[in-house]
Structures are given as structure tokens and as C-alpha cells.
Design a protein around this ligand. Structure first.
Ligand code: EPU
Length: 417
């Protein structure tokens, strides 16, 4: 099993280039199901999750080729097929094939994703919306089976804004009869990127990235030729690295408009930002100030940045309260950070973090994508050597992170145990 070994305590400097957004690339790859032909997608990060999504599309009969950051997906031979349990279990975002498959082929069969490490993560809101559009849904032997000769446009109200739910239903609605209105839809930039990508194929979607999305059904779409937005969570992770290590980093290819809540909090704790012609320059403070955060749907503070921000609070000058309101089990990094010397108490969805002067490198275990990112931030800031095990989690979501950190002067190595 490969491990990351980080010797911390170094200040980093130089330039880092942000890759395309995982959570925009995955739904946009499933949008390729909606049309036969040759789809070109640019700025696609090199990640295990992208490989898993490619395998899923191949299971449906597509061919997928990568040339650097460009994916060519040929869907001429794509037809109805099931999304098997192995792929859905490896990556929940496989459920994004449900809407496109159903609307294109009149049926879809997708393994039901079970609970996952960060929470129960049901897909009831995806299914309720499809039923409201006229689909017959059944659950058989661990699979969701959806059938509808023709989906019908209707008004849908999401009880809670769901990112992949909004994306799934937006894709289902592109071929529905008439207009579909998605109320209380998720406003994440990745949802807007999918709407933009679908519109570039000929869909008629208004309001992508807003709380009300209106989709007018069309009868056909043309293949994609689209470039994905930069990854705001990777950007936020590098801001956290600069913040935790008193470093001076120029972040290129990022979209700071997508990071308002994160940048505001980072400023509050003492991180300095300069907008430069080449990118965003981030300078970590000598002393990190404590601050409270509450994770919220976009444009609030993202749950995907909670773990990384906690490391900064663990090194701050006071006491911080971190409330996780999106997922019920997203504090798995806490015991690992405690082993590194962080003083953190948790009570259900609230963590109280008392800043300490230093963290110490020890062996730790990565438990999910963002928890592993927090361990990298902590390892770079810590005194001594941190050994991170189960790093496939990081490879699911971060494109060559150790190369990027090495180029900034960080001491990080991947070793095969
Ligand atoms: N929810 C329901 N029913 C549903 C759908 C969601 O109750 O049918 C609840 C969830 O349990 C959760 C809340 O609604 O409490 C929000 O979940 P959402 O559906 O928005 O999450 P998701 O679509 O499964 C995406 C990202 C996650 C990110 C969340 C929140 C992708 C592929 N995944 O998940 O990304 O944390 O939105 O922003 O877009 C990651 O990249 O590490 C990651 C976990």
C-alpha cells in the first residue's frame, strides 16, 4: 500500500496550478450519455474518480481516451446497460448516470449506493423528483430501477438543496416533455458548470447556479466540446497549506469568485491575499487567529473545506467552534489530528478546537478525500515526519498533489510500503 511521507515545518513558495474541478467533471462526463458522437472535455483532472467514471461509461459501451487534461468520449456505441455495484460502491457519483440513462433510453438500472463514511447520503430526493416527472421506480436486489417512456416536465421542490440530485434531475429534464422547474436547487458552481455544458450541447436551461432552475425539454443534443471550471476545493486546500505553514504561494488557474466564503474566513484568521495578474497570491500569517465556521450549502462555507480549516484552527491562538451541518459523520479526521497533538472535542456535529503551538508528525490514516487533504495540511505544518496511510482517498480527489507540493519546496514523498 503506498503511503505519503511528509517532513513538516518548511515554508513553501512558488506557483501552483489548479486542476479542473472533480465535482464538475463527473456530472459533465455523464452528460455525454445524452448524445451519441465524439465528446471533447478539457481541463479534466487526473484522478481515480475520473477513471472510475470512465469505466462506468465504458460499461455502457462508450470509449474514453485521455490525452493530458483532455478526455475524448465516443458514445456512438453507447446503449442501455446497468451501473454495477462495484463502480457505484467505489464512487457514489456513479448515481449521476441515473437521470441521463433514463431520459435517453427510457430506463435505468443503477446499484443503490449504500451509506458512506461521511454520512448516510440517501438518494431519496433524486428518486422523488423522477417519480414526480412520471418515472416508475422500484428497488430490487440492491438496484434502483427507473422506467419512463417519456418524462414529463413539472415543478419540483427539493426539501434540501442536493448537488448531485439537482444535477441528476437537470439532466433527466433535458428530454422531458415541456418545462421542469427545480425549486431550492443547489447553487454550487459545479451545478452551473453542468448547466453551461448542457446548454452548449443545445439544452435550454435557465438559472443554473441559482435556487430556481428552469429547463425546457428538447428532442436532441449535440456532443460536448467543453472546458471544466477550476477546482475550488483544491484551491482552498492550497490556501490552507499557505495559511498553516506561513508560506507565500501564487495560485494559478483558480476562480476566486467561487471561494468568497472561504476567502472571507481566511482573511479573518490572518491570511493575506493579493490579486496579481498571474493569479492569487496567498501569504500565511505568523500567528493564526481563531474563528468559528458553520458549513452550509453554497454560497456558504463548503463542507469540503471543513477538515482543512480545522487544521488551521488547531494551530490558532484561541478557541474555535466548527459546526458541520451537511453530513452527519464528517469529523473522521479529528482522531488523527488529535494524535498529532491537536486539542479538539466533538459533540455530535460540533467540534471545539483549542489552538496549540505545534502539531507533531506521527503515522495517520486517511479516511476520505477531504480528511486526507487535512492530514497533508497538518503534516506540512507539523514538527517531524507524518506518515499518511490509505492515500487512495487523496488520489480520488487531488491531481498529483505531492508533485505540486514538491514544486513549492515541500518535503513530501510517495513510497510503496
Ligand atoms: N440528501 C438527502 N437526500 C438526497 C440527497 C441528499 O437527504 O436524495 C442530503 C445529504 O444526506 C446531505 C445533503 O442532502 O445531508 C447534501 O448532500 P448532497 O446531495 O448535496 O451531496 P452529494 O451531491 O452527494 C456533493 C459532492 C460532495 C460534497 C457535497 C456537498 C459530488 C460528486 N459530490 O455530494 O463532494 O461534499 O455535494 O457539497 O459533487 C467530495 O468531493 O469530497 C465530496 C464529498
Amino acid at each position: 500500500m503506498p503511503k505519503l511521507i511528509i517532513t513538516g515545518g518548511k515554508r513553501l513558495s512558488g506557483t501552483v496550478s489548479i486542476s479542473g474541478a472533480k465535482n464538475a467533471a463527473l456530472p459533465i462526463m455523464t452528460a455525454a450519455i445524452l448524445s451519441s458522437g465524439k465528446h471533447i472535455l478539457k481541463n479534466i483532472p487526473d484522478l481515480i474518480d475520473i477513471t472510475t467514471m470512465s469505466k462506468l461509461l465504458e460499461t455502457f459501451g462508450a470509449s474514453v481516451e485521455r490525452d493530458r487534461d483532455c478526455l475524448t468520449i465516443n458514445t456512438d456505441a453507447l446503449s442501455y446497460a446497468e451501473a454495477p455495484y462495484e463502480l457505484v460502491a467505489a464512487m457514489r457519483a456513479s448515481v449521476l448516470a441515473l437521470g441521463p440513462m433514463l431520459t435517453r433510453f427510457g430506463k435505468a438500472k443503477i446499484a443503490l449506493p449504500g451509506g458512506c463514511r461521511i454520512g448516510a447520503r440517501p438518494i431519496n430526493l433524486h428518486l422523488l423528483a423522477l417519480e414526480k416527472m412520471g418515472a416508475k421506480i422500484s428497488l430490487e436486489e440492491g438496484y434502483v430501477i427507473a422506467k419512463a417512456d417519456k418524462l414529463k416536465g413539472t415543478d419540483i421542490f427539493f426539501e434540501t438543496p442536493t448537488v448531485t440530485g439537482t444535477e441528476n434531475i437537470m439532466m433527466a429534464a433535458v428530454f422531458a416533455e415541456g418545462a421542469t422547474r427545480l425549486n431550492n436547487s443547489a447553487m454550487e458552481p459545479e451545478v452551473k458548470d453542468l448547466a453551461d455544458a448542457l446548454n452548449s450541447m443545445g439544452a435550454k436551461i435557465k438559472g443554473g447556479g441559482e435556487g430556481l432552475i428552469e429547463i425546457e425539454g428538447v428532442t436532441s443534443l449535440k456532443p460536448l466540446n467543453y472546458s471544466i471550471i477550476p477546482d475550488r476545493i483544491e484551491t482552498g486546500t492550497f490556501i490552507s497549506i499557505a495559511g498553516a505553514t506561513e508560506s507565500d504561494i501564487l495560485i494559478k488557474n483558480c476562480e476566486i469568485r467561487h471561494l468568497d466564503a472561504v476567502i472571507d474566513k481566511m482573511k479573518e484568521i490572518g491570511v493575506t491575499f493579493n490579486n496579481e495578474p498571474d493569479g492569487l497570491r496567498v501569504i500565511g500569517p505568523k500567528k493564526i487567529k481563531s474563528a468559528n465556521i458553520k458549513t452550509l450549502p453554497y454560497p456558504g462555507f463548503p463542507t469540503d473545506m471543513q477538515a482543512q480549516f480545522m487544521v488551521l484552527m488547531a494551530l490558532s491562538d484561541g478557541i474555535s467552534i466548527i459546526k458541520e451541518t451537511i453530513f452527519e459523520n464528517r469529523f473522521m479526521h479529528v482522531p488523527e489530528l488529535q494524535r498529532m497533538g491537536a486539542m479538539i472535542d466533538t459533540d455530535i456535529n460540533t467540534a471545539t478546537v483549542k489552538g496549540v503551538k505545534k502539531l507533531t508528525g506521527v503515522p495517520v490514516v486517511a479516511t476520505d478525500i477531504r480528511a486526507s487533504a487535512s492530514l497533508i495540511v497538518a503534516g506540512l505544518a507539523a514538527v517531524g515526519t507524518t506518515y499518511i496511510d490509505k492515500i487512495f482517498h487523496i488520489d480520488r480527489g487531488y491531481d498529483k498533489i505531492e508533485d505540486k507540493i514538491t514544486r513549492l519546496g515541500g518535503d513530501i514523498k510517495r513510497v510503496d510500503d
